[in-house]
Design a protein around this ligand. Sequence first.
Ligand code: TRP
Length: 363
Amino acid sequence: MEKIILTGDRPTGKLHLGHFVGSLRNRVKLQNSGQYDEIYLMIADNQALTDNFANPKKVRDNVLEVALFYLACGIDPKKTTIFVQSQVPALAELTVYYMNLVTVARLHRNPTVKQEIKLRGFEESIPSGFLNYPVSQAADITAFDANVVPVGDDQLPMLEQTREIVHSFNRIYGDTLIEPKELLPEGLLAQRLPGIDGKAKMSKSLGNCIYLDDSDEEIRKKVMQMYTDPNHIKITDPGQVEGNAVFAYLEVFCEKEHFEKYLPEYQNLEELKNHYRQGGLGDVVIKKFLANILCEIIKPIREKREELLKNIDYVYDVLKTGCEIANQKANNTLKRVKAHMGIDYFENSSFLADMKKRFNETD
Ligand code: TRP
């Protein structure tokens, strides 16, 4: 069986280190692994509009922005089709058919949606488009026959919902849709990088992000403000590593060669942690170390983005071409879906033939 990937992001802001760790880095790795027959990367503007309907400019402004970050991080448009959700009408059509297979009660049970409703204060007036976005996400996934969907753990309810729709559809209309599986990033920490304030998630609305285009100066400033251990006041005090954002980041980013390059007094992270726990290691030392590492990681991304900014036309063309490829694929699936549902009236002669037979006419 072919191996096909589909994944995507809502274009609501610049991409940050949390995106890099949770998905971008892994997508580039998957792309370059040579193990996949087709890879689709979707900028989910329609989904972003389900809770930004009153602010379409925010979504519009971030479509190309997100594409820029994709390319800057190493997504290669020759290997990965980058496209924009709203420009592939088959996705909206599939959503209409799938909606019949899902109850409103089921939509209300989705834990991620539940949490988002709370967060956005929608309780009393949930837009139906928002409640329904997991169904539209099932359309995104199945339209491309994707069987591998690399996502964070907050997306597991969407995958569950998609599989339910696939099963219902195939049971009612015959084998049509491919069942997808999630691909979670490796390592618990890699799934969710804490914010610089130590809060569980790096998020634009919390203002605790390091962006993938931050300058060295901004990165250093942010790292210096990072949450560590509030009881580690004097250098000689014993420090706590657990819940300490700097160590959480080091756990994710630091490699052996970083010690050789920036902190040769230590062999590895274990040694650094032990010294911190014992006392005698100041926050400034570990922060400077982390800042050096993050500057090294972000620099090539920022520079590639700056280069791409000089040629916006290229990025625009990448998206446009991506949409053409995506439309071909999704239209094929839509055709298949409509044929299985028997609503392909003008695609072939069978509708007319059936009706003639029904009304007892001869050709
Ligand atoms: N819900 C995803 C997010 O918030 C974006 C998304 C839309 C997506 N459609 C998808 C992800 C299909 C994977 C597959 O980031």
